[in-house]
Ligand binder design. Structure first.
Ligand code: ADP
Ligand code: DP6
Ligand code: CO
Length: 357
């Protein structure tokens, strides 16, 4: 009779929101980027993916590997998901070959069950938390002796931004130069404790699935935007240097300016894509104006906005300026009607950075 043991492991992974954005692939197959990027990992206490991986000889081989995402069956036949399965199985098979007493988990079908406690595919980095959790859950199940860097390399193949969710605090994804992608992974620029006052406020403008996925949007930008060439050749390298310096020196004004400029630059390349891609909407633009008003009223920079591939705003600020930023957002948005109330109702609690991933 076949062994009916079910092997199981669970993990959670956090969202990260880039302050210097990844947008563009130089190698879509290996998921290698056209530029380096830098992000902040948010607290898992608020936004996280929870994934359980299991395998068993009693799972029917004919059913193959599967993923249940937010309660719905999700396609795992895509090349990038397959690459993650393959990389992890190869490492497990090597352990089994070295120690024949280990159960042959690498030969069993995998079942993944995953849940995001925030909107999926709405520009809040679900693919980042999602693939980081996916890869780590299987690595835990397989008891792989893999470092966060090695898992980052695998998660990158699932979704680029996921390579940064294997680390807490301030995280850079170095684009690398090797043709096989072996040097394209994330590393930690500074731990969360280096700048513990940092906070993020999420304005959920819309929880709807975006019209153009990140994968498809960046492909269109690379193919058609002239402005994009300027971004990857000059704008991003400058922003990476300035951002690393701002973080090291805990210089919020510099951090904020680079964050806002880089978000604007990224959305400008989307508008320069042909046909143009618009991820931000009128509510997003009103949030930009609100940040400008908050900074003007304070007489210094206390808040920075950034938008991923979606209309939802992430506002970075420091703990000591909570009243000026969150208080004013509530006040400004609360005083208006219609769409502003929608934003207000979507205000998520203030998030701190993640200490431990
Ligand atoms: P987002 O802005 O939310 O990252 P993307 O367009 O980059 O949006 O990616 C969304 C896709 O990421 C989903 O359609 C799904 O394929 C994948 N994804 C999201 N969450 C998970 C998860 N928990 N586990 C596995 N894959 C996920
Ligand atoms: C705007 O990592 O979602 O959020 O690699 O195709 O899965 P794929 O794309 P993804 O792109 C993220 C784009 C971004 C910026 C960022 O997170 O750096
Ligand atoms: Co994504």
């Amino acid at each position: 009779m076949a062994d009916s043991t079910i092997y199981r492991a669970s993990t959670t992974a956090p969202v990260n929101i880039a302050v210097v954005k990844y947008w563009g692939k130089r190698d879509p197959k290996l998921n290698l980027p056209t530029n380096s990027s830098l992000s902040v990992t948010l607290s898992q206490a608020d936004l996280r993916t929870l994934t359980t991986a299991s395998c068993s000889a009693s799972y029917l081989a004919s059913e193959g590997d599967s993923l249940l995402l937010n309660g719905e069956p999700s396609d795992v036949s895509g090349a990038r998901t397959q690459a993650c399965f393959r990389e992890l199985r190869t490492r497990r098979a090597a352990l089994e070959a070295a120690d024949p007493s280990l159960p042959k988990l690498s030969t069993m079908p995998l079942r993944l069950v995953s849940e995001n406690n925030f909107p999926t595919a709405a520009g809040l980095a679900s693919s980042a938390a999602g693939f980081a959790a996916f890869v780590r859950a299987i690595a835990n199940l397989y008891e792989l002796p893999a470092s966060p860097s090695e898992l980052s390399l695998i998660a990158r193949q699932g979704s680029g931004s996921a390579c940064r969710s294997l680390f807490g605090g301030y995280v850079a994804w170095r684009m690398g130069s090797a043709a096989d992608g072996s040097d394209s992974m994330a590393d930690q620029v500074a731990e969360a404790a280096h700048w513990p006052e940092m906070r993020a406020l999420i304005l959920v403008v819309s929880a709807a699935k975006k019209g153009v996925s990140s994968t498809s949007g960046m492909q269109q930008t690379v193919a058609t935007s002239g402005l994009f060439q300027e971004r990857i050749a000059r704008v991003v390298p400058q922003n990476m240097d300035a951002m690393e310096k701002a973080i090291k020196e805990r210089d919020f004004a510099a951090f904020a300016e680079v964050t806002m400029r880089d978000s604007n630059s990224f959305h400008a390349t989307c508008a320069d894509t042909y046909p143009p891609i618009f991820y931000m909407n009128d509510v997003s633009r009103a949030a930009i104006r609100a940040v400008e008003a908050i900074n003007a009223a304070a007489g210094r920079t206390v808040a920075a906005y950034t938008f991923d591939a979606g209309p939802n705003a992430v506002i970075y600020y420091l703990e000591q300026d909570t009243e000026a930023v969150v208080g004013t957002f509530y006040h400004v948005l609360g005083d208006m009607d219609g769409w502003k109330r929608e934003v207000l109702s979507g205000l998520k609690p203030t998030l701190s950075l993640d200490e431990s991933v």
